[in-house]
Design a protein around this ligand. Structure first.
Ligand code: PMP
Length: 480
């Protein structure tokens, strides 16, 4: 659907809009539509706010794209990049060479990732493979998982199970692992040996009268059913986000992850935790598997490892896989030019030090996370809100046409073509708030530096845009 044109009054910005439309192919964008509306030119940022070319200040409820966990304007991150660029901007790690920032960052990450122990063994995350993004890291996971099973003498274990509506990136492997039907529809995806089960979305998928706990168990057992359908000896791994992000902040019931762990243990398959969004304090821990208490073999990270100041991603490799790959594997024929990029690693180190000093994961766990949860829950009284929920410092709310449950036990949703989420998002932009719409789920993932007063401001803005959306729906005859 088309939004209101983004008129630029400033001639410099108008020229940028023209050039943007002429030359820049944006990710996930309908260019015909964009050309008629024009891009919003974002000029600068400080703390939790960004400013566009017209001087409008917006509270960035999405931390850029789930990444600016430390907030904007952190001079020490710019300084770390500057100093490293002067000393050694780049060198590769392919031919028996290494560099200090990459070594120090791998060591630091190994110290931050908690060890795990359970019936299938105890292991640490002492090894890190570096990439430049979440997508590349998940490509690495596919290579590592399959290589692992080859080395274990079980090359028939090829299938990786993921979930519908998961997001794991946009490369061929990343988009295949992801469960976005719109992405699969372009480019002949998924690639072979990747399959999907349902997501643990209680609001949408629970049966009438089913408790959240029972639904969590039922959703986890879809994995068991799929393993049995395929044959356990064919299954290599299960990959999942601890809390689904791009799919709309889908927070699994508390019973989900323990049951998933039971199943992967029982059938001896690897578990990949895609923490591209959830790591580095987002859920109140350095790594989200700690929060939910499960034991992954591989952990994907990217985004907030540098608070988004420079691209960097990677995979934390658990002992069970690392020992096989390193001790028995010989050469692993995989790597990227920028694996262990010195400047990116230097920025990540400075960012992790900053997060440690300011105790950002701890603040989310004990202070601002609970405060956001309390303030967010108040939004449940709004007539448009079916449910408003948070987990650490991510939150989602569903816009509904009526809270009264029908015979199927569900609240009444708006017709899809009304695009109510997009209407709400337009009100957000007009009123100085960046919130994302996934269908009619409005989601946020704000910087972890927010004060209580800023959380009050955020929740006040959300209530204001909900009121405006409701007024628009009423005026157009779509309400009541
Ligand atoms: N995995 C998850 C869970 C993500 O949220 C994302 C990006 N939003 C990716 C992978 C892909 O990361 P990137 O865009 O850096 O390739």
């Amino acid at each position: 659907m088309s939004l209101t044109p983004t008129a630029c009054t400033n001639p410099h910005a108008s020229e940028l809009q023209r050039l943007d439309s002429a030359h820049f192919i944006h990710p996930f964008t309908d260019h015909g539509d964009l050309a008629t509306r024009g891009s919003r030119v974002i000029e600068r940022a400080e703390g939790i706010y960004v400013w566009d070319s017209e001087g409008h200040r917006m509270l960035d409820g999405m931390s850029g794209l789930w990444c600016v966990n430390a907030g904007y304007g952190r001079k020490e991150l710019a300084e770390a990049a500057y100093q490293q660029m002067l000393k050694l901007p780049f060198y590769n790690s392919f031919f028996q060479t290494t560099n200090e920032p990459a070594v120090r960052l791998a060591t630091k990450l190994a110290s931050l990732a908690p060890a795990v122990s359970g019936p299938t063994g105890n292991w640490r995350f002492d090894h890190v493979f570096f990439s430049s993004s979440g997508s590349e890291s998940n490509d690495t996971n596919v290579r590592m998982v399959r290589r692992y099973w080859d080395l274990k003498g079980q090359p028939q274990r090829k299938v990786i199970i993921s979930r519908h509506n998961a997001y794991h990136g946009s490369t061929m492997a990343g988009a295949s692992l992801g469960g976005m039907s719109g992405m699969h529809a372009q480019g002949d995806l998924p690639i072979p040996n990747i399959t999907h089960i349902g997501q643990p979305y209680f609001f949408e998928n629970a049966l009438p009268g089913e408790s959240e706990a029972d639904f969590g168990l039922r959703a986890a057992r879809w994995l068991e059913e799929k393993i049995l359908e395929l044959g356990a000896d064919k299954v290599a791994a299960f990959i999942a986000e601890p809390v689904q992000g791009a799919g709309g902040v889908i927070i699994p019931p508390a019973t989900y992850w323990p049951e998933i762990q039971r199943i992967v243990d029982q059938y001896g398959i690897l578990l990949v935790s895609d923490e591209v969004i959830c790591a580095f304090g987002r859920l109140g821990h350095w790594f989200a598997y700690e929060k939910f208490g499960y034991r992954p073999d591989l952990v994907t990270f990217a985004k907030a490892v540098t608070s988004g100041y420079i691209p960097l991603g990677g995979v934390m490799v658990g002992g069970r896989v690392a020992q096989t790959l390193i001790d028995q594997g010989g050469e692993f024929n995989h790597g990227y030019t920028y694996s262990g990029h010195p400047t990116a690693c230097a920025v990540a180190l400075a960012n992790l030090e900053l997060m440690e000093r300011e105790n950002l994961p701890g603040r989310v766990k004990d202070d601002i996370g609970p405060y956001l949860a309390q303030r967010y829950a108040e939004l449940n009284d709004h007539p448009l809100v079916g449910v408003a929920e948070t987990c650490g410092f991510v939150a989602g709310l569903v816009l509904v046409k009526s809270k009264t449950r029908g015979a199927d036990g569900r609240m009444q949703l708006f017709p899809e073509d009304l695009a109510v989420g997009m209407k709400c998002r337009a009100h957000c932009f007009k009123n100085g708030l960046i919130m994302r719409a996934v269908g009619d789920r409005m989601i946020i993932a704000p910087p972890l530096t927010m004060t209580h007063a800023q959380i009050d401001e955020l929740v006040g803005l959300i209530r204001q845009v909900l009121d405006l959306t409701l007024a628009e729906l009423k005026a157009a005859g779509h309400w009541g």
